[in-house]
Design a protein around this ligand. Structure first.
Ligand code: GLU
Ligand code: ZN
Length: 297
C-alpha cells in the first residue's frame, strides 16, 4: 500500500451519498479539483457510503450528475466504500494481531452517563473473542501527532489524552469512517487530502492509524466551512438546499469568493468553461482563509 510514485499528485473527493450536493459540498469539490488540476494531478471520486444506515437511495447518482453539470472531470473508476469491506477487515486483523484492538461492550447510555467525552478505557482488558455484542476500539497510545495543514497551519493532538480509545468497528458490524478512510486513501495512493475543516479534528486519529499500519501520510488541506447564521455547518443530511445547476455560473463565483480567490465581478456572466479557465489560471491556495464563514443560502 505504499505510494509508488509520490511525485504524482493524487487527490480525491469523497462525498457521502446522504443527499444532494449543497453549497458546502461544492466548496470541497471545487477546492480539491483546483488544487489537483493546478498541480497537474489526478482527481478521484470515492463514495463514502461505509455507513450504509445513512445512505439515501439514488443520491450517489444525483451527486455525480450535479458534478458533471458543473463541468468536473474525474479520473478512474469510482470506488464505493460499501464494496471495500475485505480491505478494512484485513487492516483490522493486522491491528488485532498486534494487540492494539479490544472489544467494548459499553452502551451509549453507559458512556454518556460517565460524563466524560473521552472514552475512559473501561473495556481495555476484555479478552477476545467476546460473545457479547460489542464494538471494537483502537487502543490510544500516549503519542502526540503533529502535522502542518496547508490552510489551517500547525496542528497537534495527543491521541491518549485528546482522543482516547476510539471505535474502528461499530457495534452494528459496520466499519467506522476513521478506519475506512485511511485504508481507502492508502489503497488509492492519495497524496493530498482536501476537505472541509469539520474533519480537521479527526485527522490526528487518521494519521495515528496510518502510522500503525505503516502507510504514508498524505498532506492535508482543510478548507473553511460554510456555516449558517447559527454557526452550524451546512450539511446535506440535514436538508440543506441543493445547488441549482441552472445557476452554476453564479454559484461557482460564490465558491471562488468564499475560498478567497477574488473573482472579477463580471466573471459570473461568462460560461462555466471560462469560469473554470479563470479558476485554473488564478487559483492560489495561499489565499484560502482559515476561518469558517457564514453564508446565507
Ligand atoms: N465523506 C465525508 C463528508 O462528506 C468526507 C470524508 C473525507 O473527505 O475524508 O463529509
Ligand atoms: Zn467499553
Amino acid at each position: 500500500m505504499h505510494n509508488d510514485n509520490p511525485t504524482i499528485y493524487k487527490g480525491r473527493f469523497a462525498p457521502s451519498p446522504t443527499g444532494p450536493v449543497h453549497f458546502g459540498t461544492l466548496i470541497a469539490a471545487v477546492g480539491g479539483y483546483l488544487q489537483a488540476r493546478t498541480n497537474n494531478g489526478k482527481w478521484l471520486i470515492r463514495m463514502d457510503d461505509v455507513d450504509t444506515t445513512r445512505k439515501v437511495e439514488g443520491s450517489d447518482k444525483e451527486i455525480l450528475d450535479t458534478l458533471e453539470a458543473f463541468g468536473f472531470k474525474w479520473d478512474g473508476e469510482i470506488i464505493y466504500q460499501s464494496e471495500q469491506t475485505e480491505y478494512y477487515e484485513n487492516a483490522l486483523q493486522q491491528l488485532i494481531s498486534r494487540s492494539l484492538v479490544f472489544p467494548c461492550t459499553c452502551t451509549r447510555k453507559q458512556l454518556t452517563s460517565s460524563n466524560k467525552s473521552i472514552y475512559p478505557g473501561t473495556c481495555r482488558n476484555r479478552p477476545f473473542p467476546d460473545e457479547e455484542e460489542h464494538a471494537l476500539r483502537l487502543l490510544a497510545k500516549d503519542i502526540t501527532i503533529k502535522f502542518s495543514d496547508i490552510v489551517m497551519g500547525q496542528q497537534s493532538q495527543n491521541i491518549a489524552r485528546q482522543s482516547g480509545d476510539f471505535v474502528i468497528k461499530r457495534r452494528d458490524g459496520l466499519f467506522a469512517y476513521q478506519l475506512a478512510v485511511v485504508v481507502d486513501d492508502a489503497m488509492q495512493n492519495i497524496t493530498e487530502i482536501v476537505r472541509g475543516s469539520d474533519l480537521l479534528d479527526s485527522t490526528p486519529r487518521q494519521i495515528y492509524i496510518q502510522q500503525l499500519l505503516g502507510y504514508q501520510t498524505p498532506t492535508y488541506c482543510h478548507l473553511p466551512l460554510a456555516v449558517d447564521s447559527n454557526g452550524d455547518k451546512i450539511s446535506k443530511s440535514e436538508g440543506a438546499a441543493r445547488v441549482d445547476v441552472n445557476n452554476k455560473e453564479k454559484l461557482m463565483c460564490r465558491v471562488l469568493e468564499f475560498l478567497g480567490q477574488n473573482p472579477p465581478l463580471d466573471l459570473a456572466d461568462s460560461d462555466v468553461d471560462d469560469i473554470w479557465k479563470w479558476s485554473m489560471d488564478n487559483w492560489n491556495i495561499d489565499n484560502v482563509p482559515g476561518d469558517n464563514r457564514c453564508v446565507i443560502i
